[in-house]
Design a binder for this molecule. Structure first.
Ligand code: UT7
Length: 315
């Protein structure tokens, strides 16, 4: 059985905030932020914009692209570290909005690696017969967890939700998830934290420690998944990496001795959107005609937990 990505969608809040906007109230500058991160804008949710409203748009776009009706969806997983509710889950909220009558729905938190964890979970459930069609959402309303007076974190993140539709198929020409490696090391968790405690809910990050972890781990996990799937680097059309920082991606490309052109980036316009970053970039690439049927992509994520992972996907 093949499990293929048959549709993508994404939703960004309406309000875009530039580095220059931030530098009016914060001791920072466009030059510092852009040169250290590759970020110029982030989208910030307004009071009416939630995971559910953005997720509805992303899901509808992905289902339209896939030609899938709501009744066909049997599984919805929402990867998010910033769910607004204890219950109902974000997956259930989106389910209700898009009119999926009956499905297995739950949230999963693996921070910035959440989309890859959800992809692997959905794949395993689909291969075991739980559903033939699944919707995966990756998204965050991170702005609710940022201290807007802390220049070392608030300039880095943005809000967004991305979605993909997966379909199980026996068709030998269908796309597939060829292999995935996931991992976590909770003993390093203190370098990136955010709590649900209302009195102390701001995100804290030891940026340099996370940076060093990412630069070492991302190439390693990619090499591991390439070996596991017997994929040569020449067969990889694109490496779709979590969009935390352009310098991390530059460093990963250099370590892997792969040309930077194979590493698409959009953090300039979105900043780091955690679990949303891979699906919103995939959506942009799919809609921009950058990916063709049969292309091999490597998806790779890393972040809070610490968690990390990589998948090889045939489109
Ligand atoms: O998705 C989750 C994964 N997260 C990541 O991947 C983030 C990984 N880390 C990073 O991307 C980088 O470490 C940062 C972009 C967060 C920081 O870049 P850096 O080159 O490691 O800077 P730094 O933390 O060493 O700070 C250098 C200087 C400091 O000033 P002093 O001590 O040298 O005087 C900071 O206070 O830059 C200062 N600084 C700022 N200056 C202007 C920190 N934030 C800012 C700011 N504007 N926004």
């Amino acid at each position: 059985m093949h499990i293929s990505i048959v549709g993508t969608g994404s939703a960004l809040p309406q309000k875009a905030v530039s580095n220059d906007d931030l530098s009016r109230t914060l001791d920072t500058s466009d030059a510092w932020i852009y040169s250290r991160t590759g970020i110029r804008y982030r989208h910030i949710a307004g009071p009416e914009e939630t995971f559910a409203t953005l997720g509805e748009k992303a899901a509808r776009d992905a289902m339209t692209a896939a030609g899938v009706r709501p009744e066909e969806v049997g599984l919805i997983i929402a990867a998010t570290a910033t769910a607004g509710n204890v219950t109902p889950s974000s997956a259930c909220l989106v389910q209700a909005r898009i009119g999926v009558p009956r499905a297995v729905c739950f949230d999963l938190n693996a921070a910035c690696s959440g989309f890859l964890y959800a992809l692997r979970t959905a794949e395993a459930l689909m291969r075991s017969g739980v559903a033939g069609t699944a919707l995966i959402l990756g998204g965050e309303i991170l702005s609710h967890f940022l201290d807007w007076n802390d220049r070392s974190t608030c300039v880095l993140f943005g809000d967004a939700v991305g979605a993909v539709v997966l379909r199980a198929s026996e068709d030998p020409d269908a796309g597939d998830i060829l292999g995935t490696v996931l991992a976590a090391d909770g003993s390093q968790g203190a370098c990136l934290t955010g709590r649900s405690d209302p009195d102390n809910h701001y995100l804290h990050m030891d940026g340099q420690q996370v940076f060093r972890f990412a630069v070492r781990t991302v190439p390693e996990v990619i090499e591991e998944v390439l070996r596991q799937t017997k994929t040569e680097k020449e067969q990889v059309r694109y490496y779709v990496l979590h969009q935390a920082n352009a310098r991390i991606i530059d460093a990963a490309a250099r370590r892997m001795q792969e040309p930077l052109e194979k590493f698409p980036m959009n953090m300039e316009r979105t900043a780091n959107t955690s679990a949303a970053s891979i699906p919103i970039l995939l959506d942009e690439m799919a809609r921009g005609g950058k990916i063709s049927r049969g292309d091999r992509l490597v998806l790779a994520g890393f972040g809070g937990g610490l968690t990390w992972g990589a998948s090889v996907v045939r489109w």
